[in-house]
Design a protein around this ligand. Structure first.
Ligand SMILES: [Zn+2]
Length: 559
């Protein structure tokens, strides 16, 4: 390999039709040509490496081609060739990051007074335009307000929000999106093939994923791989080169998390760290995988479809696990996204990494409140008139480790495909049937009648008990419990109305019972039903109260 020329340069798209992705941008730009309505100022915004500068150069050719202006420049006229070789006197490329001063903009303005030398227009491409100083922007604005007829500006930025409104309003704004894994892997596969070094699909997927939507990054990774690896490229080797987990390790970690298996998760996490993998990169990968699973469930598209780019084995392995519920996936995703930020600032990223994985395992045990109610009622035998919940949020039964009992328990909703059937227990509200089941099914409706503060409080609350018109809610935090308690009338009313309860429902929190409640000193063992409920929820019994009697403390605790 005598002289290295980057793959990104060798395979830079020369026409709009060569371009991968950005169809919306290309369509609108091309329409401008066919309608003969070209603007004098374009703004291209989007992440790095998604094609902004490439499109700017194609656009320059399209404008100045001797056969043009045309959306399909000829590529053979002198203008097209000069622009492709970066030596057109009429196209000025400037980097906003290194030419930020007002003098730089003034120099451009001076140059614009003269007519184009060869082409039809003088085209000024300013990359990273958000880096210009305020005074430079003001100078630029003067030109943008009244540009000479032969001048076209193409401004590109990764941070559109930093562009002053005065400049934005003068430009036609085109937003470039991140490229998808299939788009990147398709292009990489094609280039590797052309280079005579066809790659294993596993390698291509690894590269496409690591590029995180940037074609430029993908091509520079491919450069390294082809240069160093030659024909001996394996997925394991590439994973090591990229500092990411190989597929087996990645799947092991994902499986442990999805199963809520803390020991296995921590073991795998240690292997990941020992392999020298950057925890942040690992968290980003996990976030992408969780997101893939969430979308796959919601849209009923298998993980090994091109959209997600999973291998067939990886997809099959996940499908063989109990289907994670959507609540868990959303929460886990949120932990991962926030966790990446925590890791950035953490003085001990290894520990932070393990902690956030542990948090995801614990999430597995948290069940959305409406489902908790349904679970309680069905498991305690109150199934008269009950129909199995078909909410996609319903997780697997908590007692799956116990031997199965022949019972009337609802069938497990653990299916890999999302439930497509209507949700009969969510709407319309059941007018008949046990009141407690109606509470479970109409909980969301009751919440919608409350303030957003109450809603968010109740989302973190667990049901300690529901019996004879009284719902005991516990957030595990006395401050939040008191906030709920101070709104309990409103909550009781909303709940009663939502479920059409013939009698008003009462809401209580630990320690919020009628006067004198929560201070009983005698401690009697809780009734079996309550112990059972606590076991199902994995919660502590704070107190037991029969209707119309004070709360009876079991631990002498007051909150
Ligand atoms: Zn041409």
């Amino acid at each position: 390999m005598s002289q290295f020329k980057s793959l990104a340069r060798i395979y830079r798209p020369q026409t709009f039709s060569d371009l991968v992705g950005q169809e919306a941008v290309v369509r609108t730009l091309s329409q401008g040509f066919s309608a003969g309505s070209l603007t004098q100022a374009y703004l291209f915004s989007g992440e790095r490496g998604v094609g902004k500068t490439t499109v700017a150069r194609i656009l320059a050719k399209a404008i100045n081609c001797t056969a043009g202006p045309t959306a399909t420049p000829c590529l053979s006229c002198s203008s097209c060739i000069e622009i492709a070789e970066g030596r057109s006197p009429d196209v000025l490329e400037m980097d906003g990051a290194s030419h930020t001063s007002v003098e730089d903009v003034r120099t451009i303005r001076e140059g614009l007074r003269y007519s184009p030398l060869g082409g039809k227009s003088r085209i000024i491409i300013i990359d990273e335009v958000h880096m210009l100083s305020t005074s430079a922007f003001n100078a630029l604005l003067k030109t943008l307000e009244e540009p000479p007829p032969h001048v076209v500006f193409i401004l590109a930025t990764t941070e559109a929000h930093k562009i002053p409104d005065t400049v934005l309003s003068r430009c036609q704004h085109y937003r470039f999106r991140l490229l998808t894994i299939p788009e990147i892997s398709g292009r990489i596969g094609e280039i590797a093939e052309k280079e005579g070094l066809p790659l294993d699909p596993g390698v291509i997927t690894l590269v496409a994923r690591s590029a995180e939507g940037s074609m430029r990054d993908a091509l520079s990774l491919l450069d390294q791989i082809l240069r160093i690896g030659g024909t001996e490229v394996t997925a394991g080797w590439v994973a090591e080169l990229l500092g990411v987990t190989d597929q087996a390790l990645e799947e092991a970690l994902l499986s442990s998390l999805l199963s809520g298996d803390l020991p296995s998760t921590l073991r795998t996490a240690r292997t990941v760290l020992e392999a020298g993998i950057d925890p942040r990169a690992q968290v980003r990968t996990l976030a992408r995988l969780f997101r893939d699973i969430l979308h796959s469930l919601l849209e009923d598209v298998p993980l090994d479809s091109p959209r997600y780019g999973w291998t067939r084995e990886g997809s099959a392995r996940i499908a063989s696990l109990p289907t994670p519920n959507l609540f868990f996936l959303e929460q886990a995703l949120s932990v991962l996204v926030r966790g990446e930020d925590d890791l950035r600032r953490s003085p001990q990223p290894d520990i932070t990494f393990e902690l956030l994985l542990a948090r995801i395992c614990h999430l597995k045990a948290i069940i959305p409140l409406p489902d908790l109610l349904t679970r309680l009622l069905t498991e305690t035998g109150n199934t008269a008139g009950a129909h199995p919940s078909s909410s996609p949020l319903v997780p697997r039964p908590l007692r799956s480790s116990r031997p199965p009992v022949a019972s009337s328990l609802p069938p497990s909703p653990e299916v890999i495909s999302p439930r497509r059937d209507p949700l009969p227990d969510l709407h319309p509200p059941s007018r008949t049937g046990p009141l407690d089941l109606r509470i479970a099914s109409d909980w969301g409706k009751a919440l919608s009648r409350l303030s957003s503060e109450m809603r968010s409080l109740l989302e973190s609350a667990r049901v300690a008990r529901f019996e004879q018109g009284t719902l005991l809610l516990d957030t595990g935090n006395s401050f939040f419990n008191n906030r709920i308690a101070s709104n309990r009338e409103a909550l009781g009313r909303a709940l009663s109305e939502a479920v059409r309860s013939p009698e008003p429902l009462r809401v209580e929190t630990p320690g919020s019972g009628p006067p004198g409640g929560g201070s009983a000193e005698k401690t009697t063992p809780p009734p079996p039903l309550v112990s059972e409920a606590a076991a199902i929820f994995g919660s502590e019994i704070i107190g037991v109260r029969s209707p119309n009697t004070p709360l009876e403390s079991h631990q002498g605790e007051k909150s």
